[in-house]
Design a protein around this ligand. Structure first.
Ligand SMILES: C[S@@+](CC[C@H](N)C(=O)[O-])C[C@H]1O[C@@H](n2cnc3c(N)ncnc32)[C@H](O)[C@@H]1O
Length: 294
């Protein structure tokens, strides 16, 4: 009788696979899944647990590399479109007439001149898919690994050295109207002028495992690659500095997220200027008790 993992196509490592991989790569990691994305990423999304304190149940979320619009929010939009660019092959800051090009020639986000919104070329543009102004829309290419951290549950680490400005992945999940949904996997984004949220609790990709740090090495950028007047703003993670292979990838969840969640636990990012550590948490809880909030 095949197990559930086999039925849903998840390749759990057999002991012999593990032995071969261990010999070949000379590692001592305890790999529990060799591709959590089930082939949906361009790299094998390996899951490692060297802490022996929990197992990851891959069936409790659906792996998706795209945002899922089950509420039909995107469909409700007026179909009004902008024209694309008419650059012949590839756009650059000097020759692209219709877009602000936020990337360097190597496809790195220009972190020192960061724009509030990055407009990539889109389906209405005449440039080719090789255009340097199409980075995040092509999806994740840099291999990452899911690993069990000591005190923050699962986390994500990079398998290779990454220069500053590298695109890591888009935050995917279920799209909700503003105010709908709650919880630890919510990320706020925009639809034209209005706000909505992406909930990665039931569905998402590896970015749902990225933990918070008060000194993060990723930036959550707003990126648009639709030409409609009311575009969906994709939340895309880019490196804010060079990152070594093996380093954990982290992002700042923001004060609103912590305002909701600090009641349950303190921040364990261990950075020297942590804003939500145990001491700060005690002060916040004492203040909320005083004001009758809790
Ligand atoms: C979006 S999830 C990140 C993935 C999560 N670690 C997991 O195992 O699924 C957010 C949750 O991760 C944990 N977490 C993330 N960053 C943390 C931090 N700096 N300190 C403490 N817990 C953290 C908390 O449990 C939080 O509710």
């Amino acid at each position: 009788m095949p197990g559930i993992d086999t039925l849903i196509g998840l390749r759990k490592l057999s002991l012999s696979d593990y032995g071969i991989a261990k010999k070949r790569h000379n590692f001592s990691d305890n790999i529990i899944y060799n591709d959590l994305s089930l082939g949906r990423e361009r790299f094998s999304l390996i899951v490692v647990n060297n802490e022996d304190d929990a197992v990851l149940n891959p069936n409790h979320f659906l792996y998706t590399t795209r945002v899922i619009d089950s509420a039909g929010i995107l469909k409700e939009r007026d179909e009004e479109y902008y024209e694309g660019c008419s650059c012949e092959a590839s756009c650059s800051a000097s020759n692209c007439s219709c877009h602000n090009v936020g990337y360097s020639k190597d496809g790195l986000l220009q972190m020192d001149e960061l724009m509030e919104v990055i407009y990539e070329c889109n389906a209405a543009c005449e440039c080719t898919l090789h255009c340097g102004n199409r980075v995040a829309q092509k999806g994740a290419t840099k291999p990452v690994q899911i690993f069990r951290t000591k005190s923050k549950g699962w986390g994500v680490k990079t398998m290779s050295w990454l220069p500053k400005g590298t695109f890591i992945g888009e935050y995917t999940g279920e799209l909700h109207r503003e105010g709908d949904g709650a919880g630890e996997y919510l990320f706020e984004t925009k639809l034209g002028e209005s706000s909505c949220t992406i909930d990665a609790k039931k569905c998402g990709n590896f970015t749902r495992f990225v933990n918070h740090s008060c000194e993060p090495n990723l930036h959550a950028a707003s990126v648009i690659w639709e030409n409609c007047v009311n575009p969906y703003v994709h939340i895309c993670f880019f490196t804010v500095r060079d990152i070594d292979a093996g380093e954990e990838l982290t992002v700042d969840y923001g004060p609103e997220w912590w305002s909701e969640n600090i009641i349950s636990f303190p921040c364990r990012c261990r950075s020297s200027n942590c804003s939500f550590n145990a001491a700060v948490r005690s002060e916040i809880l004492a203040e909320r008790e005083n004001t009758g909030e809790i």
